[in-house]
Design a binder for this molecule. Structure first.
Ligand code: E4P
Length: 218
């Protein structure tokens, strides 16, 4: 399973990358706005240099022609950039064109299995089902992941299931059990994967016993 970090914050990306388990980054316009990104292309270029893996950068156009122009510009930023495209009619058309041009895409804002099926048929590199946002409206986000994994397996689609809008470690656990190819998570969720109180108390005990042993030799 690949781990992506869901942020545009360079310090957070560096911290996750330093752990040695980071496979990529996803950004979106809201995440860029959150940290006040002024020069979008320069900022994405910096992220692409930090991480040895795919970096999703989203178009803000909504018509086919504009998405193609904007997406080509984004694709030229770095070899590891992925053009993130919303799952709308013109977006699907654009993904098809990008696929023919060899430009990697991340089809975003997916909330149904049939949307995911169309994205795969268009040749998306990644599909991003938004797990947490479905849970937020009392809908089973995990069922969406299960359905997409099954549909893609049934037909052998190569589009990778990139579970997005992950809010806590149980989301990640369930996605891993269901076979999602990638999970994109905020830094706090990545760090929370490490935590267990018995690890902390166990280590404290080991270190104390070792210290007592050294003392006994004095
Ligand atoms: C995915 O690519 C999105 O950037 C992200 O996961 C959305 O998460 P949110 O629902 O927490 O905003």
């Amino acid at each position: 399973m690949k781990f992506f970090i869901d942020t545009a914050d360079l310090d957070e990306i560096k911290e996750a990358n330093d752990l040695g388990v980071l496979d990529g980054v996803t950004t979106n316009p809201s995440l860029c706005a959150k940290i006040g990104v002024k020069d979008f292309e320069a900022h994405i270029a910096k992220i692409c240099k930090i991480v040895d893996g795919d970096v999703s950068a989203e178009v803000v156009s909504t018509t086919y022609e504009e998405m193609i122009e904007e997406g080509r510009q984004i694709a030229a930023i770095a070899d590891n950039v992925v053009v993130k495209v919303p799952l709308i009619k013109d977006g699907i058309k654009a993904i098809n064109t990008f696929s023919e041009e060899g430009i990697k895409t991340n089809c975003t804002l997916c909330f149904s299995p049939t949307q995911a099926l169309i994205a795969a048929k268009a040749g998306a590199t990644y599909i991003s089902p938004f797990l947490g946002r479905l849970d937020d409206i009392s809908t089973d986000g995990m069922q969406l992941i299960r359905d997409i994994v099954q549909i893609y397996d049934n037909y052998g689609y190569e589009t990778e299931v990139l579970a997005a809008s992950i809010r806590h470690p149980m989301h990640l656990l369930e996605c891993a059990k269901e076979g999602a190819d990638v999970a994109t998570m905020p830094l706090n969720v990545i760090k929370s994967l490490l935590k267990h109180p018995l690890t902390d108390s166990g280590l404290e005990r080991f270190l104390k016993d070792w210290e007592d042993l050294q003392e006994s030799f004095k």
